[in-house]
Design a protein around this ligand. Structure first.
Ligand SMILES: [Ca+2]
Length: 454
C-alpha cells in the first residue's frame, strides 16, 4: 500500500520503536511493564493497517518470553487490562487462539478486583483496597466488551457481556464523568469524584469501551456518550487543536504514554461513527507530530520540537500516526450535505444531495484533510438525466474545465472518476463548479465525493 510521501516517516518511526525492543525479555527498554503492552498494541495495529508482517514475530516473542507470568502484575490491576487488550489485538491480527485465551485468563483475574464498595467497580491496587479509579474499571469494561464480541454464546450472569454492562452502569453512576463530560481520575474515600486530572487516556479507554459495548447492544446512548467525551476532550484537552497532557513537559514514565491511547480510541470511534471533526483532529495531530519530529523519533509534546526519545513517547506518537493511516488508507467519504455550497441547496431524501444546479455561480466545495501528500483518485457519486458537465478545481486551480458526468438515465446513481490527482498534506479544497463559458451544462444531482489513496 502506498500512503504518499510522508509514510516513510511513519515506517521509520516504527523501525525506531523496535530498536528499543529487547528480544530476550520481549519488552521495550526505556519504559515500564504496562507501557510495553501499549507498544505491542501500537505494533499490532501498524501491522494490521499496512499489511506489513515484519512485526508479527514481535508479538509471538513477547508472548513466549513472558507467558509464565500470565501477564499479571503483582501490584497494579490496571496493568493487567493493557495486556489483555494487547493479546486481543494480537488475536485479531493473527487468528491465534492462544492470544485470546491469555486475554480471558487475565480478565478472570481482573474480576478479583471488583467488590461492592462504592456500589461496584475495581480497586486499582491488588494489595491495598484504597482507591477505585476510572482507568481500572474502564479497562475492565473494554476487555469484557471485546471478549464478548469474540466469544460465541456468551450470555447471562457472569458473561463478558454482563460484566461490560455492569461496568458501564457503575461508571455512569459513579460521578467520575464530570459536568463537562470529561472523566476524572477516580473516587475519593466518600465514593465521590475526586477532581483529580482528566488524563487523556481516561477519556480514550472509556470511548473505546463504549464503542465495543455498542457493537453488542446497539444502544444509541452509548455512542452519544462516546461522542460527548470525544468532543469534550478535543475542546478542553487540546490547545490549538493539538492534544496535550496536563503534565507536559514533565510527565514521568506513565503520562508520556497517555495521548496515544486517546488517539487509538478516537480512531475506533471514527471507524464506527465518522465525523469530519475527528478526521480533521487526527490529521492535524499527525501532521504536527511529523513536523516536530527529530526523525525517526517523536517527542513528548506534539506541538513542540521533539525533546528526547524513548519507547513510550515513540509508541504514543505512533498511535496517533496509526489513526492517520487508518483514515488515509480507507476511502474517505465527503457528503454534499456537509460541504460548502454556493447558491445550491440540499435535498434530504435518504442520502442528502445537491439538486437544482443549472446556473453560473453555483458550486460545491469539499474540504479534504490528508496526513500524507500524494496521488489520490477522486470519485463523484451523481445522477443526471442527460449528459452533464462541470468544471473541477483543486486547491484553487482548474484541473478539469469540462468534466463529463455522463447520463445515468432515469436519475440512477453512478460514480465518475478523476484519477491520480495530486493532493497536499493538510487541508485541500475540491470544488465542482457550474461555468457555462467553460461548457457546463444540464442538471446534476450530486451526492458525495470519495477520496481514495492510490
Ligand atoms: Ca450525500
Amino acid at each position: 500500500m502506498v500512503l504518499g510521501s510522508c509514510h516513510s516517516g511513519i515506517a521509520a518511526g516504527m523501525v525506531a520503536l523496535q530498536l528499543f525492543y529487547n528480544s530476550s525479555t520481549g519488552l521495550w527498554k526505556t519504559t515500564n511493564w504496562w507501557n510495553s503492552a501499549n507498544a505491542l498494541q501500537t505494533t499490532a495495529e501498524y501491522s494490521r493497517l499496512t499489511g506489513d508482517s515484519t512485526y508479527r514475530k514481535t508479538l509471538s516473542n513477547t508472548f513466549e518470553k513472558q507467558k509464565h507470568k500470565k501477564f499479571l502484575d503483582p501490584w497494579y490491576r490496571d496493568d493487567d487490562g493493557w495486556w489483555a487488550l494487547a493479546w486481543i489485538k494480537a488475536y485479531d491480527l493473527t487468528g491465534e487462539t492462544r492470544y485470546l485465551d491469555m486475554a480471558k485468563t487475565i480478565f478472570k483475574d481482573m474480576q478479583k478486583g471488583w467488590d461492592a464498595q462504592c456500589g461496584g467497580g475495581l480497586w486499582w491496587l491488588k494489595k491495598q483496597r484504597n482507591y477505585k479509579n476510572a482507568i481500572t474499571t474502564s479497562l475492565f469494561l473494554s476487555v469484557a466488551a471485546k471478549l464478548h464480541l469474540r466469544t460465541p454464546n456468551d450470555k447471562g450472569t457472569g458473561s463478558y457481556l454482563n460484566w461490560s454492562k455492569r461496568s458501564w452502569a457503575w461508571i455512569k453512576k459513579s460521578g467520575m464523568i464530570n459536568s463537562k463530560q470529561l472523566v476524572n481520575d477516580g473516587l475519593n474515600s466518600r465514593c465521590r469524584n475526586n477532581g483529580e486530572p482528566t488524563w487523556t487516556y481516561n477519556q480514550g479507554v472509556l470511548i473505546g469501551g463504549l464503542v465495543d459495548l455498542h457493537k453488542s447492544t446497539h444502544d444509541p446512548s452509548l455512542l452519544r456518550q462516546a461522542h460527548a467525551i470525544a468532543d469534550a476532550s478535543m475542546r478542553s484537552l487540546a490547545p490549538n487543536g493539538i492534544l496535550r497532557e496536563v503534565c507536559e513537559p514533565d510527565c514521568g514514565e506513565d503520562g508520556e504514554q497517555f495521548k496515544g491511547i486517546f488517539m487509538r480510541n478516537l480512531s475506533a470511534l471514527h471507524q464506527v461513527s465518522p465525523r469530519d471533526s475527528y478526521r480533521k483532529f487526527i490529521v492535524k495531530n499527525a501532521m504536527s507530530i511529523l513536523k516536530n519530529a527529530r526523525r525517526p523519533h517523536f517527542g513528548l509534546s506534539w506541538s513542540k520540537p521533539s525533546d528526547r526519545a524513548n519507547a513510550a513517547r515513540q509508541s504514543s506518537a505512533l498511535d496517533a500516526l496509526n489513526a492517520a493511516i487508518a483514515i488515509t488508507s480507507q476511502n474517505q467519504m465527503y457528503q454534499a450535505e456537509s460541504a460548502s455550497l454556493n447558491k445550491l441547496s440540499i435535498l434530504q431524501k435518504g442520502k442528502g444531495y445537491v439538486t437544482d444546479w443549472t446556473r453560473d455561480g453555483q458550486w460545491i466545495t469539499f474540504n479534504v484533510d490528508l496526513t500524507c501528500s500524494g496521488a489520490y483518485d477522486l470519485a463523484f457519486r451523481y445522477a443526471s438525466e442527460k449528459d452533464a458537465s462541470r468544471t473541477v478545481y483543486i486547491n484553487g486551480k482548474s484541473i478539469a474545465e469540462n468534466h463529463r458526468f455522463s447520463s445515468t438515465g432515469d436519475w440512477k446513481w453512478r460514480q465518475t472518476h478523476l484519477s491520480k490527482v495530486r493532493l497536499n498534506a493538510g487541508r485541500n479544497t475540491v470544488s465542482v463548479i457550474f461555468n457555462r463559458s467553460k461548457g457546463s451544462r444540464n442538471e446534476l444531482r450530486f451526492d458525495e465525493l470519495a477520496v481514495k489513496p492510490r
